[in-house]
Design a protein around this ligand. Structure first.
Ligand SMILES: [Fe+2]
Ligand SMILES: [Fe+2]
Length: 401
């Protein structure tokens, strides 16, 4: 098998060069077209050996197909493209020259608009591209393969917390779920990038910040909950003094803990009334299903798979899947369990209102020794005592059409 990575790198470099050159000349100047065509030639070479190349730009990372491109770490264009909503770029078919040139013009227009907005110090409002037309080039937020149902996050800063925009992370998590649903495969590198990016949001200030989302619409529960449990799990792991590597792996596990719910019918997930025994059995199967999906996708995700399997098991052996002995669960599972319960209770559900923070922490305290591991639960309560004033709550709301 030929390694197509070097030519993929050459293509990305040529694209960046073309965009940089094009930005120096006025519209319709022949130098613009020349620069675009030079890059198109490299794309043609790439498509000769990889007809459907795809790229993700997340933070400072570049992913080509299923692999991170090391040589391009901190490549400034990864950030520039992600900033203007081009987190994902796919060539679904052999590309015509005109289509590629107009794609570059489109990207350049977005980059210029973003730069102007940034210079004016205004909030970024560059609309996300809807690159899912029937063309060979698809680009957009990470979800280009899925729906174009993008949402914006509108941040409500807590006290001195700076304005938060978790839009990219929310879209990326939704895309990860869609990928698992349609391809039974977890895009691991993208999942890790989301966790890294959340970690940056948590440490962007001099003090720790927990960027959590509040739920506006019930159908956004899965995404909101995945993000919140990931943030809380990383916060707690860090609070408990775990290594940065463990913190990240707990963040991935927190994000994927309910992945098995992609296999549970939506009407059961959002049913306002009591579940029938059959429905309840299906609901409980999300633990086993999640572990299976994660393991079959990547053996290296063993902690995440364990957490998916164990996060509803209580410390006294209760909960599910069924066990007849006290929990000897992985530490990550006991930790995600507390974060999971906290976020679930704090969130308004179709059948009940959101719980107040005090009542939620009191519930966790009462569950010490029966439902929750004592060290973990006490640490969680202490963490919330210390960091709850530093919660930055971001709302999810539909983007204006
Ligand atoms: Fe769960
Ligand atoms: Fe959960």
């Amino acid at each position: 098998m030929t390694d197509t990575t070097p030519i993929a790198i050459r293509f990305l470099t040529s694209m960046a060069q073309a965009l940089a050159t094009m930005s120096l000349y006025a519209e319709r100047h022949p130098a613009r077209a020349r620069a675009a065509v030079a890059s198109f030639d490299v794309l043609r070479d790439l498509q000769a050996i990889d007809p459907r190349p795809s790229f993700s730009f997340l933070g400072s990372d570049v992913v080509y197909g299923q692999q991170a491109i090391r040589g391009l770490t901190d490549w400034e264009w990864a950030m520039k493209l992600a900033n203007v909503g081009v987190q994902r770029l796919e060539f679904a078919d052999i590309v015509e020259r005109e289509a590629y040139v107009s794609f570059l013009e489109d990207v350049l227009a977005r980059v210029s608009a973003f730069t102007a907005i940034a210079a004016a110090n205004a909030p970024a409002t560059v609309p996300l591209p809807r690159g899912t037309g029937p063309t060979a080039i698809r680009f957009g937020a990470v979800g280009v393969r899925g729906s174009t149902d993008h949402r914006a996050t509108e941040a409500i800063p807590a006290e001195d917390a700076s304005l938060l925009d978790l839009n990219a992370e929310v879209d990326a998590i939704r895309w990860v779920h869609d990928e698992v649903d349609t391809r039974e495969e977890i895009p691991l590198l993208e999942a890790e990038s989301i966790v890294r990016s959340l970690s940056v949001a948590m440490h962007g200030d001099s003090q720790m910040l927990l960027p959590l989302l509040t739920l506006k619409e019930f159908d956004q529960y899965t995404t909101t909950h995945a993000l919140n449990v990931s943030v809380l799990s990383m916060g707690l792991a860090e609070f408990m003094g775990l290594s940065p590597r463990e913190v990240r792996s707990y963040g991935v596990a927190g994000m994927l803990h309910d992945l098995g719910k992609v296999r549970v019918p939506k009407d059961i997930l959002t049913k306002p009334g009591k579940l029938t025994p059959e429905e309840w059995a299906l609901m409980r199967s999300h633990t086993v299903e999640g572990a299976r999906l994660i393991l079959q996708s990547d053996q290296n995700l063993d902690v995440a798979a364990l957490v998916a399997f164990e996060h509803h098991i209580m410390i006294n052996g209760g909960g599910y899947p069924d066990r007849h002995f006290r929990c000897d669960c992985h530490k990550a599972s006991t930790l995600v369990h507390v974060c999971d319960v906290y976020d679930a209770l704090r969130t308004k559900r179709p059948y009940r209102d959101a719980w107040e923070p005090g009542a939620t922490l009191a519930y966790i305290e009462r569950g010490i020794g029966t439902e929750f591991d004592a060290d973990v639960a006490k640490a969680f309560i202490a963490m919330m005592g210390k960091w709850e004033p530093r919660l930055a709550v971001a709302n999810l709301s539909p983007i204006a059409a």
